[in-house]
Design a protein around this ligand. Structure first.
Ligand code: FES
Ligand code: FE2
Length: 357
């Protein structure tokens, strides 16, 4: 069985991360006129918006002695001055001048990384720039669909990204980890169907529940009461983008057609699981809904509720990360509900191998 990268032996020659892929690097709202420092796939980058409004990502280590450029200054002419000894760079990363001499030494330019803006996020491409095509960012996020209103945020989790992928791909944990919010016993009791699309590095999994309990969070947000019909449809783009389409609606079995059609409540749960390092992960989220569109109180409740859910998951995966660090990998027993997570692990291993060929 393929083991998570977090528990691979350090002698493994494969690079621990897929690099030729779009990763979410920041919320667009974080990126203004100041340089933002962020570690992505173990690499320090700085994100900045030029005067003309273009997003730029540069290696955040000065080529002189490695001081972070994000500790320096960004001038009104988009010139970055290193805060240590004064190397100056333009927004493309080209070194313009160094102190104490007229010429610029070879190798002084900074590496720059392709970026894209899509939905509430800034995305970054850490691999071969020639392969970066923003059109490949999946449309399944729903960011282009005006019927969804999104609330977004970002936290950092003390666990490797593969442990978090396991978590979000097996939603039976909702019945236990999130029992007081979005879980009900039926989630863990209902089987899933799964499929994969190797060309898109995509794993899909679906769970369809009928006549089930309406969990507290859905009761509060929609006014629905048990029983409900409930669906979960996951699309996971290996290695890092997760989209969950959810639907809750009054149970058909209880519905009186004379009262008109049932109103389904649709939601989108988008996660960007971007490794900060092998054992820490940026957890970007955008939660969409097709109801209560102009309700700032609902925005706040969704944002707060999502942070609480992530907190519950973060505790579990951090425990697993700590145990993996202390004890190394252990043999696992898997069930049918693990199918999507196992497909994703194998796909990640193939994608890593494909990059090293
Ligand atoms: S480290 Fe940047 S100028 Fe010296
Ligand atoms: Fe969870």
């Amino acid at each position: 069985m393929v083991q998570p990268t977090a528990t691979r032996a350090s002698t493994d020659p494969r690079p621990p991360f897929v690099r030729n892929a779009w990763y979410i690097a920041a919320l667009r709202s974080e990126c203004g006129e100041r340089m933002l420092a962020r570690s992505v796939l173990g690499v320090s980058v700085t994100l900045l918006r030029t005067r003309s409004g273009r997003m730029v990502a540069l290696r955040d280590r000065c080529t002189h002695r490695g001081y972070p450029l994000s500790e320096g200054t960004l001038g009104p002419d988009d010139v970055i001055t290193c805060g240590y000894h004064g190397f100056r760079f333009d927004a493309e990363g080209a070194c313009l001048s160094v102190p104490g001499q007229s010429g610029v030494p070879g190798g002084s330019d900074l590496r720059s990384f392709p970026t894209a803006e899509n939905g509430p996020f800034v995305w970054i491409w850490m691999g071969d720039p020639a392969l970066a095509d923003p059109a490949e960012i999946p449309a399944e996020t729903g960011f282009g669909d005006p019927s969804f209103r999104f609330v977004s945020g970002h936290v950092v989790i003390d666990a490797g990204h593969t442990l978090i992928a396991d978590n979000v791909l097996d939603l039976s944990h909702e019945s236990f980890i999130h029992a007081t919010k979005i879980g009900s016993r039926e989630v863990a009791e209902t089987g899933i169907t799964s499929e994969s699309d190797e060309k898109r590095w995509l794993v899909r999994a679906s769970r369809v529940m009928r006549d089930v309990e309406c969990p507290p969070t859905y009761r509060e947000r929609t006014g629905l009461r048990s029983p409900i019909d409930r669906e979960q449809h996951i699309s996971f783009f290996v290695p890092s983008l997760y989209v969950l389409d959810v639907m809750v609606v009054a149970a058909e079995s209880q519905h009186d057609p004379a009262t008109g059609p049932r109103r389904p409540y649709l939601g989108k749960v988008v996660y960007g699981l971007t490794p900060q390092s092998e054992k820490r992960t940026h957890y970007f989220f955008a939660i969409g809904r097709d109801y209560a569109q102009d309700d700032p109180q609902m925005d706040a409740a969704v944002h707060e509720g999502q942070l609480c859910l992530i907190d519950e998951d973060a505790y579990a995966v951090a425990v697993l990360q700590r145990l993996a660090d202390e004890e190394g990998p252990m043999p696992e027993v898997s069930t049918r509900l693990d199918t999507a997570a196992l497909i994703a692990r194998r796909m990640l291993a193939r994608r890593l191998r494909a990059e090293t060929r």
